[in-house]
Design a protein around this ligand. Sequence first.
Ligand code: FES
Length: 107
Amino acid sequence: MSEASWHKVATMAEIGPGEMKQVRVGPRYVALYNVAGTVYATDDICTHADASLSEGYLEGDIVECPLHQGRFHVPTGKAMGAPVTVDIATFQVRIEGADILVSIPGA
Ligand code: FES
């Protein structure tokens, strides 16, 4: 993965433990999650329909979609069962000082 694909999207001060935040990289909406101090990133748009996961509920490392309560495992993007059957894309995260960077392929 090339160095050029890393994007600074937020700072650690913007997303406390147990919180989520939507950021945008080009045309893509990305959800950031702070799971007990570790930051993860996935696509923000649910694979089931047009809903923003960052407007849902984060319980530990599971995010629940606000529209039909589909659940995804945040670190791996795995769909946890109906109605979601397609995994959500995950992205690499890097912390540099207070900055959060994500690697988005092709962005
Ligand atoms: S839109 Fe997310 S579960 Fe339906």
